[in-house]
Design a protein around this ligand. Structure first.
Ligand code: PMP
Length: 408
């Protein structure tokens, strides 16, 4: 058993003390967004109280202080994913914006009519719609790696759709519905053999698994600050230098330019070429604080502890005959989607909320998964390192109450 004490960290998260309908909060909606430790909240307050100024422009004390803190955050993020250089960290609003950036700025330049884009059937809408828009614009074709009844990607099918027409593969590292950790190392190796770039949607993986972009050898990695203790409205696109150099700008405006004439302009150096307008300065600095916090806890510790928690939860849930769990991948993270017979997930999550338990009910921004499973929605419990075995016991007890109540 891992020596990991979640109670040591829980006291850093003021919101975890919340009483909901008279019951202590059990927060199991971490795949949607995680809670924030005091260190992150305080960083935002400190920024606005003590260093608020616009970055990269001002030659005054506050402006220089804010710029230094903003750039230091970029370095922290670079170290966190072992990026060779902080120039490869583009701050975005989140995963969604990072993927749209690539689909637009890289895609419109390098993908044309007849080319193929490989995605999987288990993508979040934010790794699907940007590619649909691109494909429609340039006349490219989307191909999909199917998933099996276990919620695992069908590797043989992938080998069949991989071809000399494939221009990019864009895949989720970890499914936000099944919890599946996809075999991306194997996929990247096969892509590399053919010179095909790979984008990883790291929204669910970066918060929970140690990430080394050099070891992974991915071309692009997108992730969101708010799913890893940081604030909303800040996220990251990591990319290899040559892609960033070769890509078009994404949005035009201040900051992303070098010289401007009335009829034309030249672009700023990377990563600023992709950061038009005043960025989310406080958000980036607070993401730096989040990354510091995660590093202090230790990403390996987080992965191992969450694995124990998830194995324990799955074992206890398997004892409930009325429960159908979607996804049974051998390698998985702490995301569990399920249904209780015919009980609507909204009704179940409302029942659980009355007991203080926050879970998610819906299609989880992955409607094609729901269609393939022929269900409208699921209930989803998702864990983080501050969750406890006691919370899982309570959750399972309350599910038993729900079974008695709904009698599915
Ligand atoms: N991809 C996956 C796998 C996700 O789980 C999410 C968030 N639910 C996103 C992308 C989108 O992230 P954001 O809304 O922060 O841009």
């Amino acid at each position: 058993s891992v020596q990991f004490d979640p109670y040591l960290y829980r006291k850093d998260f003021p919101i975890l003390e919340t009483i909901v309908h008279g019951k202590p909060l059990v927060y199991f909606d971490n795949a949607a967004t995680t809670q924030k430790p005091e260190a992150v909240i305080q960083t935002i307050v400190d920024y606005y109280q003590g260093m608020n100024a616009n970055v990269h422009r001002a030659i005054h004390y506050l402006g220089e202080t804010a710029t230094m803190a903003f750039e230091e955050a970029r370095q922290k993020v670079a170290r966190f994913i072992n990026a060779p250089s902080a120039r490869q960290i583009v701050f975005t609003r989140g995963t969604t914006e990072a993927i749209n950036l690539v689909a637009t700025a890289w895609g419109e330049k390098f993908i044309s009519a007849g080319d193929e884009i490989i995605l999987s059937e288990m993508e979040h809408h934010s790794n699907l719609i940007p590619w649909q828009i691109l494909a429609q614009k340039v006349g490219a074709k989307l191909r999909f790696i199917p998933f099996t009844s276990e919620g695992v990607l069908d590797f043989e099918a992938f080998e069949k759709i991989l071809s000399n027409k494939t221009r990019i593969i864009s895949l989720t590292y970890m499914s936000n519905v099944f919890g599946t950790i996809n075999p991306i190392k194997r996929i990247i190796r096969m892509a590399k053999d053919r010179g095909i770039p790979v984008l990883l949607d790291g929204a669910q993986s970066v918060p929970h698994l140690p990430t080394d972009v050099q070891a992974l050898d991915c071309d692009f990695l997108a992730f969101s600050g708010h799913k890893m203790l940081g604030p909303t409205g800040i996220g990251v696109l990591y990319a290899k230098i040559n892609h960033l150099e070769n890509m078009n700008p994404y949005q035009g405006g201040g900051e992303m330019i070098q010289s401007v004439w009335l009829e034309r302009a030249t672009w700023n150096e990377i990563p600023y070429k992709f950061e038009a307008g005043t960025p989310n300065i406080a958000g980036a600095i607070a993401l730096g604080a989040a990354v510091d916090y995660l590093s202090a806890v230790g990403m390996k510790n987080i992965t191992l502890y969450e694995q124990e928690l998830t194995t324990y939860a799955l074992k206890k849930l398997a004892e409930l005959d009325e429960l159908v769990i979607y996804g049974n991948a051998p390698e998985r993270g702490g995301v569990i989607s399920f249904n209780l017979g015919e009980v609507h997930p909204h009704d179940l999550s409302h029942f659980l909320d009355q007991q203080g338990i926050a879970v998610r009910a819906g299609h989880h921004c992955a409607q094609p998964i729901m269609r393939k499973l022929d269900i409208a929605a699921t209930t989803r419990a998702s864990f983080y390192f501050y969750n406890t075995f006691e919370e899982i016991d309570y959750f399972v007890e309350q599910l038993k109450e729900a079974i008695t109540f709904f009698n599915p």
